[in-house]
Write a protein of this length. Sequence first.
Length: 485
Amino acid sequence: MWDLATHSLDIAKLRGATYADVRVMHLRQRDLTTKNGAVGTLAQTESIGLGIRVLANGGWGFASTDRLTREGVGACAVHAVSIGKASALAARRPVSMVDERAFIDSWQSPFTKDPFEIPLESQLALLLAADGEMRRIQGVTLTETDMQFRKSDSWFASSIGSRIHQRKVISGCGMVATAFQGEAIQKRSYPNSFGGQHALAGYELVESLELLKHAPVIAEEAVALHSAAQCPQRTGTLLLGGSQLGLQIHESVGHPIELDRVLGEEANFAGTSFLTLEKLNKLKYGSDIVNVVADATIAHGPGLGSFAYDDEGVPAQCTDIIKEGQFRGYLSNRETAKLIGLPRSSGTMRTESWNRLPIIRMTNISLLPGSWDYDQLIADTDDGILMETNKSWSIDDRRYQFQFSTEIGWEIKGGKKVRMLKNPSYGGITTEFWNSCDAICSAKDWTLWGTPNCGKGQPMQTMGTGHGASPSRFRNVQIGTAFSS
């Protein structure tokens, strides 16, 4: 792999590239699903190839190939340089990047049990058993389970002398119970919706979720939701569970801080950003207790946005995004950092595969824990609604106005959860919402949630991101807006 990477860099330099970086990637995937007691998906795929990015005459060029011979990667490098020279003809300005050191390193994400060494039969047996536990509950009409595993090896080399090998293992698992009654549909997911929980971990993640224990619980809740009271429409106190708050962070903090969106270089999938450059260090993004970081270091946790180096060879970092309510930072790469005068990239360039160009992506965008105990937070809330587990989301093309709905809600009266609510929803304006936060639970209730399906770019790249959050409280929020008549 190193020989092929080095050869492609040499050819690019001979053809006139002033800078080049190359990624050889070997990707393995395993997907298992069940549906109503039957096997749905049982698939395993493998992919290997090389992608090279070059600067030629001040313009970017990129090409990829799965012909992993010296001739194949050499031709790929020649193609990338020719694209770079062509794109330079239409460039507004030559590309310039902040400096970065060369690194020679090897890194492997921590895991205990390699999921690809666990027999398919035993993984499938667990899913079918969980599926069966949900189907035992009368009134459940659709049951679904899934497991997803990813293993990637990447060999990164650059013309400044970096040589970095990284191996990552990602596991994910979840289940859903759905109940149809008349024209109404209610569902409950565990441990989260849209595929469950995903982490930079091995099969031990699946074992820790205790699917068989939780399967009947969510099935019973799905059925009970049909008899629950409708979430009221009002302006009031909102409590969000950690997983829903994770998605709130993703949509109303994570995407708008991507510098390519801010600078107008990227507008796919819900557009640009309201966080224009003059707002940096001046905007009151949230209340004083709101602290958000972009942290790709493994010390932050086993998130889908954790790594040792990004796909530009920049080390993982922790960047303040919101500090005591003040807007402090963006997600940048070497080029955009140069454009706005930053001394260094924040290390957020990532690619889905060897045949895709690296772009700015979220790492782990997390709300740091507060000081409240969860039971104390409930007890301190005289009149509010707790919402858990996302059902749907909508946000405008500048990431400023939003509306979310969740699978389940709970009415809180006099410091106690008194009844279940169906079809809960809330909406608002990003900065008003974060400024209304008056309580955040402590590290004891903090979870680094994994979002495996974030889409960006064209052609679209699907990337995993992490979002740490603990249950939090917000005042004067518009509640029940999605289902108002």
